[in-house]
Design a protein around this ligand. Structure first.
Ligand SMILES: Cc1cc2nc3c(=O)[nH]c(=O)nc-3n(C[C@H](O)[C@H](O)[C@H](O)COP(=O)(O)O)c2cc1C
Length: 376
């Protein structure tokens, strides 16, 4: 499907549906397409772009290109067959929890087209770790597959949780899923815990979570999806808490909780103030860029890789995250606004940007943006 076809035909049709119906319909279409003979191979031919200068070896995994699908699009791994053929360098499914969850009450997904943004308040609905494990077992992928794990959302009734229950929930999912994944991401946002996004803010609690996984003989590396912050004391606290656990090999940033300042949005305040949830897409780009740069500056570079996300729509957006320190990037909102061809376009554009800057491989660009240019 060409970009124009997506923008002129597919997107207008999808945008006539409410956002969650469109999301669900797209995932199901993708699931079915994976079972149609020839279609996955055709998609691969049309959507994949390869170039040796984009191949990344990180955390012991080989990625054919640095552009991945972010968690939350295929929450329960129902469309794995097709996702293997859309040109991504890696695919992250989830968030998956130990037990199935229906998530938050609807409506819980909204579009802000003037901002190329999505407001998301899904509350982590998914089919649970056992069902996802079975799908992973039955659909081996050639693309590296990450499984994003989170604490089960037990609904509004369950407002408080004992720490022991939270840690056991993660441990159960990780033990079920780690031998079917290329990597596991621990999504450190935690529902049912008051301000869930800050649950693992105390470094000691993060340390206890990692301790509880240390005896699992993990078959794949673990990445952490942290709450974004530029508070250096907080970042340093987390980095020291993680330090004793060599199985943690990657770091990425979650969406900032709440809404960006009104000035950062084109959509009138009266429209988005009624939409619960966090904002994804273009408006969070700069906030997440700054946090990424700060994280890269403070972490031991040989120990972790960074995965950049938040508002990547083009090769130059992706290149900026790479120059801020990311070895890999993930997209989500761009798929909704630009369609699946955006993956190929970003990869193609990255090769041109490397050539423009006289670089022969993507690795040479990682972390090269000086702090004086972070806000430019
Ligand atoms: C509708 C939607 C659902 C999401 N669900 C999850 C999720 O379940 N787990 C998670 O770790 N991130 C989730 N995310 C966050 C994305 O993985 C990604 O980090 C974020 O959207 C930033 O990238 P973007 O600006 O390209 O969308 C979700 C994002 C959106 C838009």
């Amino acid at each position: 499907m060409s970009l124009d076809l997506y923008r002129t035909l597919v997107r207008p049709a999808l945008f006539r549906l409410d956002a969650e119906t469109a999301h669900h319909g797209t995932v199901q279409a993708c699931r079915l397409a994976g079972h149609v003979p020839i279609l996955p191979a055709l998609a691969d031919r049309y959507l994949r772009f390869t170039d040796p200068c984009l191949e990344v070896e990180a955390a012991g995994i080989r990625f054919s290109n640095p552009v991945g699908l972010g968690a939350g699009w295929d929450k329960s791994g129902v469309a794995l067959r097709m996702l293997d053929h859309l040109g991504f360098g890696f695919v992250e499914i989830g968030s998956v929890s130990a037990r199935p969850s229906i998530g938050n009450p609807k409506p819980r997904l909204f579009r802000l087209p003037n901002d190329e943004a999505i407001v998301v308040n899904y509350g982590l609905p998914n089919d649970g770790a056992e069902a996802v494990r079975e799908r992973l077992r039955c659909n081996p992928m050639s693309t590296p597959i990450g499984v994003n794990v989170v604490k089960t959302n037990d609904g509004f009734e369950a407002q408080t949780c004992r720490e022991e229950d939270v840690l056991n929930d993660y441990r159960e999912s990780v033990s079920l899923l780690h031998d079917h994944a290329s990597y596991i991401t621990l999504n450190l946002s935690c529902p049912n815990t008051g301000d869930g996004s800050d649950y693992f803010s105390p470094p000691d609690r993060l340390r206890r979570l990692l301790e509880s996984l240390a005896d699992l003989e993990l078959q794949c590396p673990v990445f952490l999806k942290l709450t974004p912050t530029s508070d250096v004391a907080r970042l340093d606290g987390w980095l020291s808490a993680i330090d004793p656990f060599p199985f943690v090999r990657g770091l990425m940033l979650n969406l900032p909780p709440g809404k960006p300042p009104a000035a950062a949005l084109q959509t009138p305040h009266a429209v988005w103030e009624r939409m619960p949830g966090a904002v994804a897409g273009r408006p969070v780009q700069r906030t997440l860029d700054r946090c990424l740069g700060e994280l890269h500056r403070r972490m031991p570079p040989a120990r972790f890789i960074l995965i950049g996300s938040g508002g990547i729509f083009s090769a130059s957006d992706a290149y900026r995250k790479i120059r801020l320190g990311a070895s890999l990037v993930q997209i989500y909102t761009a798929l909704v606004y630009r369609g699946p061809r955006v993956v190929r376009q970003i990869n193609q554009g990255l090769v041109e940007l490397l050539q423009r800057d006289g670089l022969t491989h993507l690795n040479e660009a990682v972390g090269t943006l000086p702090p004086s240019e972070w806000d430019a």
